[in-house]
Design a binder for this molecule. Structure first.
Ligand SMILES: O=c1nc[nH]c2c1ncn2[C@H]1C[C@H](O)[C@@H](COP(=O)(O)OP(=O)(O)OP(=O)(O)O)O1
Ligand SMILES: [Mg+2]
Length: 194
């Protein structure tokens, strides 16, 4: 199946291509000159669907939207939906991490609990009344400083107790198997097969 990924994030594209394998031909929306959708939703679900509709509308192809973020308990769920623009500059992972660590200064380990959330939405066409939607959650803690250089975004400061290391210290295959995105995609595949 040929489909378009409604995202400008190279990290997502890389992970989702690995996860989908050969049965799917996943094209970045940039290949078709599609600009970013405006993320005006109040939930990951709303944004994932509106991204998918936007890309499908512009390309005429089925589309996959990914809206994701890091929700930190000590910050009442922030940066959450606004993870990509937390520092004020969209998509600047270094600045976003600096702001996050600054806001958690002095917060002890056991109060630094957080989770990555990923919602994937698949639409067959732009006005599909039945988008397939799947959510994945990955529990962890925000570290005090960066560790590792794999992955993207907040990976260097996300500690996974289940793995005993940061997300950026995991091989891609392990992150893909156990991450919020990996879990969401496994669920979406089941929905696609139904
Ligand atoms: O596995 C992950 N590892 C580390 N960080 C992650 C992950 N998954 C999401 N994140 C962070 C990156 C970004 O700060 C925000 C997503 O924001 P989000 O709007 O969904 O994506 P984006 O703006 O980068 O690309 P786009 O909207 O074009 O898909 O959460
Ligand atoms: Mg975004």
């Amino acid at each position: 199946m040929k489909l378009v990924l409604a995202s400008s994030n190279a990290g997502k594209l890389f992970e989702l291509r690995e996860l989908l394998g050969d049965a799917f031909e996943l094209h970045a929306q940039s290949e078709f000159g599609v600009e970013d959708a405006e993320e005006t939703g109040l939930s990951f679900i709303e944004n994932a669907i509106l991204k998918a509709r936007h890309a499908s509308s512009a390309t005429g192809l089925p589309a996959l939207g990914d809206d994701s973020g890091l929700c930190v308990d000590a910050l009442d769920g922030a940066p959450g939906l606004y993870s990509a623009r937390y520092s004020g500059v969209h998509g600047n992972a270094e600045a976003n991490i600096d702001k996050l660590l600054g806001n958690l200064l002095g917060v002890a380990d056991d109060a630094r609990t957080a989770r990555f959330v990923c919602v994937l939405a698949f639409v067959r066409h732009a006005t599909d009344p039945q988008p397939l939607v799947a959510e994945g959650i990955w529990e962890g803690r925000v570290l005090h400083a960066r560790r590792g250089s794999n992955g993207f975004g907040y990976d260097p400061v996300f500690f996974s107790p289940a793995h005993g290391c940061s997300a950026a210290e995991l091989p891609t295959a392990t992150k893909n198997r156990d991450s919020h995105r990996g879990i969401a995609l496994a669920k979406l595949r089941t929905l696609l097969q139904a």
